[in-house]
Design a protein around this ligand. Sequence first.
Ligand SMILES: Cc1cc2nc3c(=O)[nH]c(=O)nc-3n(C[C@H](O)[C@H](O)[C@H](O)COP(=O)(O)OP(=O)(O)OC[C@H]3O[C@@H](n4cnc5c(N)ncnc54)[C@H](O)[C@@H]3O)c2cc1C
Ligand code: SF4
Length: 576
Amino acid sequence: MQPRFNSADPAGLASADLWRQRAPDGKNTGADSRIGEAAQIGGGMNETVDVLIIGSGASGAAVAWSLAETRMKILCLEQGDWIRQSDFPSNGRDWEARRYGDFDISPNRRGRPTDYPINDDNSPMKIANFNAVGGGTVMYTAHYPRMHPSDFRVRSLDGVADDWPVDYATLEPFFAENDRMTGVAGLAGDPAYPPHQPPMPPLPLGKTGARYARAMNQLGWHWWPSDSAIATTEYDGRAPCINLGHCTPGCAQGAKASTDITYWPHAIRAGVELRTRCRVREITTNEHGMAAGAIYYDADGVEQFQPAEVVIVACNGIGTPRLLLNSASARFPDGLANSSGLVGKNLMLHPWPQVGGYVDERVDGDRAPMLSLWSKEFYETDVSRGFVRGYTLQFARAGGVVSEAIDSEARGLLPWGADHHRIYRQLVHRRLRIGIACEDLPEEHNRVTLDPVLKDSHGIPAPKIDYAISENTRRMMEHGIARASEILTTAGATNLFTSRTVLNSPGHLLGTARMGDDPQRSVVNAWGRSHDVKNLFIVDGSIWVTSGGVNPTSTIQALALYIADSIKRRLATLFD
Ligand SMILES: Cc1cc2nc3c(=O)[nH]c(=O)nc-3n(C[C@H](O)[C@H](O)[C@H](O)COP(=O)(O)OP(=O)(O)OC[C@H]3O[C@@H](n4cnc5c(N)ncnc54)[C@H](O)[C@@H]3O)c2cc1C
Ligand code: SF4
């Protein structure tokens, strides 16, 4: 099946031309005069674009592709590089070692010139990301669940946090469009999941998955083949998965749907410009309080100014508040778009305990993608469990041979000396591991601020994270750990071990510029536009109101497509 372009709103496209006020020579008129002094700030000056997108990851790519059909002049600035598939660790025998080097999931350990440091000392959960064309999707595991309808109504259903200003039904067409563009593998008919029709058949369960499934049947608990952003057939020029099992540090086969190989080729072909190695320092505003463009450092480190009619921020739940806070000015002294004081607050990171164990036969080891089934048995609220909201159980394969050696030695299972090799053979490729994807609720004290000392290589203040796990989430984690232990025991696993917070995992960065109808309680409105600055939009994970108990990228991208569609429908009245 081929991906389809979304249906254009012909009225919206016609009005785009009016809105742009193009002069016969193709240059913008009118709106350029609003740039005023801001244009003078940077060392270099570029031609005005209609839309400037900052960040090329999951959401930036989706919004760029969707807006491309308007034929507006669209530019994306991305601080990272294109990553060639031939550079991925899975091309070499040292692939696991490189997960602790240039493909580490922590920017602090990875330390590429394109990364920025993050002070996460005051958080039990560390920050994982990737800064490149494709953003976090280059590095993600491609487990691809959607939020459930109840996730958008937690205040109405459970009396906690807030309802979203948008519901699942409104987003449904954009989930479907994103599934087509991304290429999702899965199986329709899951009774505990919103109805949908994935374009490709699911990943095989393998020996590991079949073992989990038998255990779940024995316990009478829900399980289903999971949705994955991994091609199981030829799809949109991409080759199918060949079960190499190195998905997380990048898929050299091109089966995993990172946006550098899904949305970006289509967006670029449709005329979007993507400028790499361009790190934005701040968004500037003009005398009317509108966004005027952005100051950035180009690939040679030279300061540039990029004027724009509309600015869309897609830098993720850490990078976006960092940029807005770094864009403080006399008019916006607490940071741009921050009259609510909520920029950076309500950070949600999805605590992710893991329980593992070993079975007495060789299973798949690390051959094949890490996850192929899930359970929604404990997803919806049941107050008799002692907490509100819930979690997804994710059934994982083992890691590689090096991670097995490191982990089992650290857990005291693998001795040094005469028995080392014999016991290692009893452990390797025999591990099962269940991840518990817990919903954490928004709390203002969990936040991103600017570190007073730490700076990136351009001297731009780095983000600082303060985060603590709430009592409700702790109870949920313990419940999940007990259930996962029961499942593993039923599956025949012994030597069980638990990690309550997995180092640098899971890289879900949410909630720091939340959506809402009330400008005093939110940063952007129901379609992603800043309450304070009418030509400024945010489309990444920072606009989330609550976090659900699922990996976020499918919903992040559906939201980005929905915001792009909302912009297209309102082009003529965008600044009203
Ligand atoms: C190891 C790992 C595994 C994961 N596994 C999964 C999974 O299985 N399933 C799932 O759903 N999610 C997973 N995720 C999370 C997923 O990657 C993110 O949810 C998703 O990429 C977020 O999209 P985004 O658009 O909000 O931001 P990102 O994709 O992070 O994109 C932000 C982009 O903005 C750029 N940027 C930031 N600041 C600036 C600046 N000042 N100037 C210029 N550019 C800038 C960055 O370089 C980056 O490319 C995983 C993440 C990691 C790290
Ligand atoms: S298991 Fe499949 S998706 Fe993962 S890296 Fe290998 S080929 Fe790519």
